[in-house]
Write a protein that binds this ligand. Structure first.
Ligand SMILES: *Cc1c(COP(=O)(O)O)cnc(C)c1O
Length: 409
């Protein structure tokens, strides 16, 4: 007899989600990756590990994050909908977490794993600096040495986050190779890891990298959907009809989606950054990319005809990554999740709208998810429900938004 096939059982033993994922790494890294996988399996089965993770989620991060019915946002959508149409919009408030976004969930999980493995030095890559700040935060909390690789161009552009990381005790290393941005920082971090195998743990910021990273980051972030699922059942007595989340590497999106993957009545929409437009500069790996290998896994990438990775662009620094997690590539191919895209301008408009009608200033990343909501909601009836992941708060985006509105602050 065959068992019911669950979409939540991926990846396979080699880390494949369908044709994607895997572990494309240098021979020297293989023993490390295998050790990490062994230790992760042991941690996952250890109630003490889960208890410590849950305790920190409650008392340090501030979980559970609220599930909030965005009543006025819903009203403004209904004003321009046909009679009886306009779904109810709920927000999962990840922006209320310590450090202002979902990234801390993953950082707590991985630093507990690092400690369990006896590692004393943490390395990370960062683009705009959000993952670097979250990593520096947990390193301060656990008293571990922290080294963050950051493209030299990003160091210049993101001085406030560089300063935050240094305040938290991290060493920030500007990377001057390649385009001097995120993908170069990732390469440099991988190089460091190979050279410092004995004491170093590589804390990856999204559901990318070689197996088992996409799986373990997903597991740590899936607290978002697990909470939201029971909060929704309590609030409405039923599951939402549609989930919406912004997709950079894809960690907040899969964190929300995963608990619902086996509920066929729940539709899912991931939103990529269309930047200036899909025919111009963007960061939409599925909508505007092709499969290839980057950072140890096979997935959809932004690349030219020679397989050279091209620069991603988005007004939102956190979506500015030229790839996407392999689980999303697979969920796209099998049609379980739909992937749409939203431009810089549409995201800015949604950012302003939420701020004005709900008194919540969202991060530019999740403003992309919000921008896709009104059109969807208007196609749905009033008794239907959309749940949007509000992955972060917008404080970090003040300079970017002001500049785009022509305001000097
Ligand atoms: C980093 C970031 C993202 C994008 O990363 P994912 O791994 O796709 O979640 C989205 N929202 C916020 C607030 C972020 O900081």
């Amino acid at each position: 007899m065959t068992l019911l096939n669950s979409l939540r059982q991926q990846p396979d033993a080699q880390g494949h989600f369908g044709d994607y994922g895997g572990r494309y790494v240098a021979e020297t890294l293989m023993p490390l990756i295998l050790e990490l996988e062994r230790e992760y399996r042991a941690a996952k089965a250890d109630p003490a590990f889960k208890a410590e993770f849950d305790g920190l989620m409650t008392h340090y991060v501030g979980r559970p994050s609220p599930l909030y019915y965005a009543e006025r946002l819903t009203e403004t959508i209904r004003e321009s909908a046909a009679p009886g149409m306009g779904a109810k919009v709920y927000l999962k408030r990840e922006e209320l977490n310590h450090t202002g976004a979902h990234k801390i969930n993953n950082c707590i999980g991985q630093i507990l794993l690092a400690r369990r493995m006896g590692r004393t030095r943490i390395i990370a890559e960062t683009g705009a600096g959000s993952h670097g700040v979250a990593t520096a935060t947990v390193c301060a909390r656990f008293g571990l040495k922290c080294v963050v690789y950051m493209g030299a161009k990003d160091v210049e552009r993101q001085q406030p986050n560089v300063f935050r990381m240094k305040l938290l005790g991290a060493e920030v290393i500007p990377v001057t190779s390649g385009a001097q941005t995120l993908k170069d920082a990732l390469n440099e971090a991988l190089r460091d890891w190979v050279a410092n195998v004995d004491d170093t743990f590589y804390l990856i910021g999204t559901v990318a990298g070689p197996h088992p990273y996409p799986e373990l980051v997903r597991d740590f972030q899936s607290v978002i959907g697990t909470e939201a699922r029971s909060q929704m059942l309590e609030a409405e007595g039923k599951l939402p009809d549609l989930l919406v989340a912004a997709v950079g590497g894809g960690s907040n999106a899969i964190g929300l989606f995963h608990a619902f993957l086996d509920d066929p009545e729940v539709a899912m929409l991931g939103i990529e950054a269309a930047g200036h437009g899909l025919d111009k500069a963007h960061a939409a790996s599925i909508n505007g990319g092709t499969p290839g290998v980057l950072h140890g896994n096979r997935t959809y990438l932004l690349q030219d005809d020679d397989g050279q990775i091209t620069e991603a662009h988005s007004i939102s620094a956190g979506l500015d990554y030229p790839g996407i997690g392999p689980e999303h590539a697979w969920l796209h191919d099998i049609g379980r999740v739909t992937y749409g895209s939203v431009t810089d301008q549409e995201a800015l408009d949604a950012f302003t709208h939420l701020t004005r009608v709900e008194g919540i200033i969202p991060a530019l990343e999740c403003a992309h998810a919000l921008a896709a909501v009104p059109a969807k909601a208007r196609e749905m009836t009033r008794d239907q429900i959309i749940l949007v992941n509000l992955s972060g708060r917008g404080d970090k985006d003040m300079a970017t938004v002001a500049a785009s509105l022509g305001v000097t602050i």
